[in-house]
Design a protein around this ligand. Structure first.
Ligand code: UDP
Length: 316
C-alpha cells in the first residue's frame, strides 16, 4: 500500500498529457484533483481513474479563479495542437494568460509549488539549432500561431514575475512535441494524423515537402520529466527543455508509420501552414544536469505502442 502524499492539482487533467500525469501521481500516492473544461480533452481519458478515492474531478475553466486547497499545482491547461488553439485564438490567449494569473494566485494563497508546461513554440521558427533555454526565440507576434506562442511567453513572464515579486516556488518546463496513447485521433498533430490515416487507409497528408523537422518524445518519458522537475530543489525554477533530441523530417516520420503499420495508403502533399517552424530539436543538457533526466524511448518503439493504441481505438 502506498503512503498518502500531498494534494496535487492538475489543470488540463483530462487531456493527453494531463491524464497520464494524474495516473502517475495517483500511483505515486498523491491525492489528485483534476481540473478541466473539456475544450480539447475527453472524459474517457480519465474514466479509468474515477473509482480511485484519491481522485477528484472538477469541471472548471481556468480563466476563472479557483479556490481549493492544494500542495502542488501542475498547470497544463491550454489547447496545444494548432487546430485546437487556432479555433478560438482569443480564448487561447486568455487561457494562457488569465489561466496562469488565476493559478499563480492560487499558489500564492496556498503556498503551493507551481509548475508551468510551457512549450518549444516559444522559440518560434528558431534561428538557433538545437534550441537551448537561453535562446530568446523568433516568434511572429501577429501570425496565426501567436495566440499560443505569445500566450505561453506571457505565461512564462508571469511565472517569473510572481517568483521575483512574491517569492513563489515556480517550475517552468518547455515541452517539445510529445506523442503516445490518448492523443486525440482528430487532434491534427502529425503523429496522430499519420497513424490514423494509415490505419484507415486514407492518404498521409504531408504539409510542404516534408523536409521540416520535429523531435518526438514518448509520453512516459515526458511524464518522468514533469515529476523530476516538480521534485527538484526549490532553487530550480527553469526554464528547462523537456523533449527527445532525436530529430526526424516529417517525410521520415511518414516512412516509419508506413513501415510499422504495413499500410501504404499513398501520400498527399498539402500547403505548408503559415509560420510552421522549419526545424525543431531540444538541447536537453540542462535537464540532464539539473534533473538527471533524459528520454529512454526511441521513436521506433514509442511509435509501435502508439499504433497499437490507435488500432484499439479505431476498431472499438
Ligand atoms: N504536419 C504534416 N501533416 C499533418 C500534420 C502536421 O505534415 O497531417 C506537419 C506540420 O506542418 C508540422 C509538423 O508536421 O511541420 C508537426 O505538426 P504538429 O501539428 O504535430 O505540431 P507542431 O507544428 O505544433 O510542432
Amino acid at each position: 500500500m502506498t503512503i498518502a502524499k500531498g494534494r496535487a492539482l492538475v489543470t488540463g487533467g483530462a487531456g493527453f498529457l494531463g491524464s497520464h500525469l494524474c495516473e502517475r501521481l495517483l500511483s505515486d500516492g498523491y491525492s489528485v484533483i483534476c481540473v478541466d473544461n473539456y475544450y480539447s480533452s475527453t472524459k474517457e481519458n480519465i474514466a479509468h481513474l474515477l473509482d480511485n478515492p484519491r481522485f477528484e474531478v472538477i469541471r472548471h475553466d481556468v480563466t476563472f479563479p479557483l479556490y481549493i486547497e492544494v500542495d502542488e499545482i501542475y498547470h497544463l491547461a491550454c489547447p496545444a495542437s494548432p487546430i485546437h488553439y487556432q479555433r478560438d485564438p482569443v480564448q487561447t490567449t486568455k487561457t494562457a494568460v488569465h489561466g496562469s494569473i488565476n493559478m499563480l494566485g492560487l499558489a500564492k494563497r496556498t503556498g503551493a509549488k507551481i509548475l508551468l508546461t510551457s512549450t518549444s513554440e516559444i522559440y518560434g521558427d528558431p534561428l538557433v539549432h538545437p534550441q537551448t533555454e537561453d535562446y530568446w526565440g523568433n516568434v511572429n507576434p501577429i501570425g496565426p500561431r501567436a495566440c499560443y506562442d505569445e500566450g505561453k511567453r506571457a505565461a512564462e513572464t508571469l511565472f517569473f514575475d510572481y517568483h521575483r515579486q512574491h517569492n513563489l516556488k515556480i517550475k517552468v518546463v518547455r515541452l517539445f512535441n510529445t506523442y503516445g496513447p490518448r492523443m486525440h485521433p482528430n487532434d491534427g498533430r502529425v503523429v496522430s494524423n499519420f497513424v490514423v490515416s494509415a490505419l484507415t487507409g486514407k492518404p498521409i497528408t504531408i504539409y510542404g515537402e516534408g523536409r521540416q523537422t520535429r523531435s518526438f518524445c514518448y509520453v512516459d518519458d515526458l511524464i518522468n520529466g514533469l515529476i523530476a522537475m516538480m521534485n527538484s530543489a526549490d532553487e530550480v525554477t527553469g526554464p528547462i527543455n523537456l523533449g527527445n533530441p532525436g530529430e526526424f523530417t516529417i517525410a521520415e516520420l511518414a516512412a516509419e508509420v508506413i513501415k510499422q503499420t504495413g499500410v501504404n495508403p499513398g501520400i498527399e502533399y498539402l500547403p505548408l501552414p503559415p509560420d510552421d517552424p522549419t526545424r525543431r530539436q531540444p538541447d536537453i543538457t540542462r535537464a540532464k544536469q539539473t534533473l538527471g533526466w533524459e528520454p529512454t524511448i526511441e521513436l521506433e518503439s514509442g511509435l509501435a505502442k502508439t499504433i497499437e493504441y490507435f488500432r484499439g481505438v479505431l476498431t472499438n
